[in-house]
Design a binder for this molecule. Structure first.
Ligand code: UD1
Ligand code: CA
Length: 463
């Protein structure tokens, strides 16, 4: 295929978003709007991508993760004027150029590839993507000549009564022969109602100069819908989310109520995993096969091994081995490395700690800055006292140890393998291997204290 470049227009303000942020930087399924367009264009085969920026230029440029070339449009004098800013880059190029806006995140690579291939194979000067819509208000209308060929686009504001009744609209997505584009841009003027340089005028210019113009009409208008306000942003988010979830379902993942879940673009999920309602999977999260996730989990940038169950839990930047259960109501903070066949039960918080295989942390426990071996049992209410108000210190618990309920481990401290710690102990010193540590005051009984003090509650006392 011949050289294909793309120009994405993103210099406009997008005032209807009512936002401090430039419109195209708003995220959909965890990815800035403009990156959806860039990725689609790239997948469609464009090898050089030029993004025209202007309004909040720095912010827009920073939001783009891909390798693109930037052109600056200092003043927003229209879509044609935006394209003119790329002339120094396009002047000497040959091949095809896709042109589209940065605010149409629903456009698919498939559609862009279709228009590009059709354009190139027919050797046209320009190909425009159109749609027939019931309510064409606001869009440019496609004007066809007597033989039915598209020859001109008239903007809503410049259209007469008859033209406004035309239901075939300009999607704002085009494929040009680069040299035809360059020549026609040089002839643009701003003789119109908005005093703008309209990119759409390139069509009549090309037509008058004998260039071939093609039209591809889309059945699915969804793809060309621009995002202008928060309502459209939400609607597009939903569509993209459905597309992502559909892809996972196709590859063997079960979603009980797909619309109740949010799955970001870069998440991977293995076959036979079941995603229960209310689950949010973000960032570079990767879930292996045959897991059960949810209901109501939020998992970000985390790797989960096969056959693992996570219920009602929040997990960030962690790694969980296979055949493990997490939750209900567990909170794994960044740097939690959980082994295989581990049990992390209810109301357990883990931060920056390594937990060995087959270890059980069943309930009400805080583990921070710790290294816990395999087959360890942490009783209910164990607290790793990792912070003295100034520095955070590390605790090491060896394999096969048993930590009783309500033990405080004052770090830095080490519990050697195969040891036991009695419930309620506050451990400040190393516990040697095969030993029992008890660190609590002995119980004292004061007989009949209650009666003597007249403190009996409930039933009557003898005296
Ligand atoms: C444009 C088309 C219209 C089409 C519609 C589809 C023109 C003249 N009209 O109208 O035929 O039906 O898109 O949505 O092209 N932009 C810049 N610099 C500028 C002006 C705009 O970068 O100086 C960018 C904006 O950021 C925006 C895009 O171009 O993403 C479209 O601009 P806008 O002014 O909204 O054009 P429309 O009126 O929608
Ligand atoms: Ca628009």
């Amino acid at each position: 295929m011949e050289h294909v470049c793309a120009v994405i227009l993103a210099a406009g303000a997008g005032t209807r978003m009512k936002s401090e942020k430039a419109k195209v930087t708003h995220e959909l399924c965890g990815k800035p709007m403009i990156n959806w367009v860039i990725d689609a264009v790239k997948e469609a085969g464009a090898t050089e991508i030029i993004v025209v920026t202007g309004y909040q230029e720095e912010q827009v440029r920073r939001s783009i993760s891909e390798n693109v070339i930037f052109a600056s449009q200092k003043e927003q004098l229209g879509t044609g004027h935006a394209l003119m800013q790329t002339l120094p880059l396009l002047n000497d190029q040959k091949g095809a150029c896709l042109v589209l806006c940065g605010d149409i995140p629903l456009i698919t690579a498939q559609t862009l590839r279709h228009i590009t291939e059709d354009h190139i194979s027919k050797g046209r000067a320009m190909t425009v993507l159109t749609a027939i819509v019931d309510n064409p208000h606001g869009y440019g209308r496609i004007i066809r000549d007597n033989s039915g060929n598209a020859c001109r686009i008239v903007e809503q504001r410049d259209a007469d009564e008859k033209q406004r009744n035309i239901k075939e609209i300009n999607s704002g997505i085009y494929c040009y022969d680069i040299q035809w584009l360059v020549k026609s841009l040089k002839k643009l003027n701003n003789n119109n109602e908005q005093k703008e340089y309209y990119l759409t005028d390139t069509m009549s210019i090309i037509c008058e100069n004998g260039g071939d113009i093609g039209v591809i009409s889309l059945d699915n208008h969804e793809e060309i819908t621009g995002i202008n306000d928060r309502e459209q942003l939400a609607a597009a988010e939903r569509i993209l989310n459905r597309r992502i979830i559909k892809r996972h379902m196709k590859s063997g993942v079960t979603f009980l109520i797909p619309d109740s879940c949010i799955v970001e673009e870069n998440v991977s999920i293995g076959a036979d995993t079941v995603i229960y309602p209310g689950t949010i999977l973000k960032g570079s999260t990767s879930i292996d096969v045959n897991c059960a996730i949810g209901p109501n989990c939020m998992i970000s940038d985390t790797i989960v091994g096969k056959n693992t169950k996570v219920i009602y839990s929040v997990i960030n930047q962690s790694r969980i081995g296979g055949d493990t259960t997490v939750g209900p109501f567990a909170y794994l903070r960044p740097g939690s490395i959980i082994g295989e066949k581990v049990k992390i039960g209810d109301f357990v918080e883990i931060k920056k700690s390594v937990i060995g295989d087959e270890t059980k942390i069943s309930h009400l426990t805080y583990v921070g800055d710790a290294e816990i071996g395999r087959n360890v049992n942490l009783g209910c209410g164990v607290v790793f006292v990792n912070y003295d108000g100034k520095v955070k210190s590390k605790t090491v618990v060896g394999d096969n140890s048993f930590i009783g309920c309500n033990v405080n481990l004052i770090s830095p401290v080490e519990v050697k393998p195969n040891s036991y710690i009695a419930a309620g102990s506050t451990i400040t010193d190393e516990v040697p291997e095969y030993s029992l540590a008890i660190a609590r005051s002995r119980q004292t009984i004061i007989r009949d204290w209650v009666k003597k003090k007249g403190r009996v509650r409930g039933e009557k006392s003898d005296n």
